[in-house]
Design a protein around this ligand. Structure first.
Ligand code: HEM
Length: 211
């Protein structure tokens, strides 16, 4: 199924708004998590954890779901496909990882917001959990910046499946194959480190804060 140019532009506008909106909301979440962990003012600590729960459910989760849905529709409705180009496939895997991280961590965020809605949180309380939320926000922020960069640069060319499709005479695929550059393996390594960081922060979270 190929979309009309008008529908494609509409979906791309929605996709970029959701995805870059997700990045912006995570930046605000990171600022709140840092304030919640480091501020000397009990009022600011309390306000930060209340705001984090609000921003997760009212902005971050809808932006995440919107990005994934519009991304999938775009992939299946344009000649990009979902498995033909590495840049789309890597974005898909990174977004799935980001979604898992998000939904696993909504519980500790709501737990802290629940306490903050009842009373002040002292500086020494639940430090492991509060630190873990900062680490998760940093990991999510880096992941989203990497995904945005991949969307603009579109590196790494066609997958094996994409090459096969190309050979089967899908003429559109030929236009999109950029020549391979020498820096790509480094980006792949950086992405690999990012994913490992992701997992380590998550496992540490189990050790330090527990959820
Ligand atoms: C946080 C995650 C994501 C971000 C930040 C993001 C960002 C973007 C951006 C900025 C563009 C425009 C690129 C351009 O026009 O040069 C784009 C296009 C696109 N994205 Fe994403 N994206 C994300 C997730 C996804 C996912 C999960 C998929 C697929 C499942 C996807 C599929 C696509 C496709 C197919 C296009 C090209 C659309 C077209 O040419 O009409 N994206 N994305």
């Amino acid at each position: 199924m190929t979309m009309t140019p008008r529908l494609r532009k509409f979906l791309l506008t929605a996709h970029v708004s959701f995805s870059v909106g997700w990045l912006g909301a995570v930046a605000v979440f990171l600022a709140h998590a840092l304030a919640g962990l480091t501020s000397e003012s009990p009022e600011i600590v309390r306000a930060a954890y209340l705001a984090m729960s609000l921003s997760v459910w009212l902005v971050i989760v809808p932006s995440n779901v919107g990005t994934l849905v519009t991304g999938l529709v775009q992939s299946l409705g344009t000649s990009w496909g979902l498995f033909k180009h590495y840049w789309v496939l890597v974005k898909f895997l990174l977004t799935i990882a980001g979604t898992i991280l998000l939904f696993v961590h909504t519980q500790p965020i709501d737990y802290l917001a629940g306490i903050a809605s009842e009373r002040f949180i002292s500086n020494s309380e639940m430090l492991g959990l509060r630190f873990q939320l900062v680490a998760d926000a940093v990991a999510a922020f880096l992941l989203l910046v990497a995904t945005t960069a991949i969307s603009v640069y579109k590196p790494w060319g066609l997958t094996g499946y994409g090459l096969r499709k190309q050979r089967e005479g899908q003429s559109e695929v030929i236009l999109s194959r950029p020549p391979r550059k020498s820096w790509e393996p480094y980006v792949l390594i950086a992405l690999g480190i990012l994913v490992v960081l992701f997992v380590v922060v998550h496992l540490l979270g189990g050790g330090l804060g527990g959820h």
